[in-house]
Write a new protein. Structure first.
Length: 356
């Protein structure tokens, strides 16, 4: 899908734009009133960056408004896949990975939900997708994550057992520390003091761990069948992640979205949905909302995306999801805003982004 030209508009014009988008949602007879209100709240709150498969069979990076409107393709490269897009903290740049479509060592046309951070080349571009600059060969700078000031990246070298921090301008190695069992999904806290990731630690698989950069000391946040952790964008004391408990509704169970404190002392439900696995949770920059994907089958790449208010959580869908409700009897049933977009690893910025 081609991109459209976004023109800067005044406050009245933006209000009209938002009103039209919300009205279009409200006209659907199946639309939930609470979801419509939520759509009106988020429609003008920046942009969502995500990857999804195109009609040509490759994965491109897309932008859309947080209500799902005004989608536009940023990369349009039918012979390559782009995925893992993430805005810089100031919203002016983004990093992502680019891999040739159909690479011999790639799964699912080059995108693998567990290994994507190690595939292809790291690329840094402007937030509108322009001026893409590869940062090295395929496989270089694996699981790259922005520092809070956008001047450095932290990278995870699983086989070497190390985490390495590089200066982006000079590519100079700034710091190195043990990976403490982390094997995927490395992200840097907004205060710059810690890293988090998915780890196999002390004989336990699929844990969420944080590491103090200054000391290398690890903290176990939660254990057993957890993945896709990320920091709250504005709160270095909380991590959002996915957790699956076998036996909830089915023998295999369904993956729910959780949050934990960075000291490892508290964990609670954000959202759970029977019949869906909730992955790739990302908070809005002010931590008022969270966006995530909802695949029906575990292990899927892109899937329908949804947004909830964190103030409304915990949320359980549907109401008669008795197995999960028995664990969280005071959980609410919504509202949940279902976006008309499918996406992989969505990321949210409040920065305004023009057309390239």
């Amino acid at each position: 899908m081609g991109s459209f030209v976004w023109r800067q508009c005044n406050t009245a014009g933006l209000a009209l734009l938002v009103g039209c988008a919300v009205a279009a949602l409200a006209q659907s007879p199946a639309a939930d009133a609470g979801a419509n209100v939520l759509a009106s709240e988020v429609a003008a709150r920046g942009w969502i960056l995500f990857s999804t498969k195109t009609a040509q069979g490759d994965y491109d990076l897309f932008l859309c408004r947080p209500d799902g409107s005004f989608r536009r393709n940023l990369t349009q490269t039918p012979n390559e896949n782009e995925f893992g897009g993430r805005f810089s903290p100031d919203g002016k740049r983004m990093l992502y990975r680019r891999q040739a479509k159909g690479a011999a060592n790639a799964a699912e046309s080059g995108v693998n939900h567990d290994l994507w951070g190690t595939k292809g080349a790291l690329v840094i571009a402007k937030a509108d997708g322009s001026d893409p600059q590869p940062q090295g060969d395929d496989g270089a700078y694996p699981w790259a994550s922005w520092s809070p000031d956008g001047t450095q990246i932290a990278c995870l070298y699983k086989r070497e057992g190390r985490i390495r921090i590089f200066d982006l301008g000079t590519k100079r190695l700034v710091k190195e520390l043990p990976r403490q069992g982390i094997f995927q999904q490395l992200f840097w806290s907004p205060d710059g003091k810690r890293l988090c990731g998915t780890a196999n630690l002390n004989g336990q698989d699929w844990n969420i761990v944080s590491i103090e950069i200054a000391t290398g000391q690890e903290t176990l946040l939660t254990r057993s069948l957890n993945c896709t952790p990320d920091w709250f964008q504005g709160d270095p004391s909380r991590v959002i992640y996915s957790n699956r408990v076998p036996g909830l509704a089915t023998e295999y169970g369904f993956t729910m979205l959780m949050q934990a404190t960075a000291d490892g002392k508290s964990r609670t439900l954000v959202c759970g949905e029977r019949g869906r696995h909730l992955y790739y949770g990302c908070t809005s920059p002010d931590d008022k909302y969270v966006i995530f994907s909802r695949p029906e089958a575990d292990g899927r790449i892109e899937a329908d995306m949804a947004i909830v208010r964190l103030a409304d959580t915990p949320i359980i869908v549907p109401d008669d999801y008795e197995q999960l409700r028995s664990l969280y009897p005071n959980a609410k049933s919504g509202p949940v805003l279902h976006l008309p977009q499918a996406g992989f690893e969505p990321h949210w910025t409040y920065a305004e982004i023009g057309a390239k």
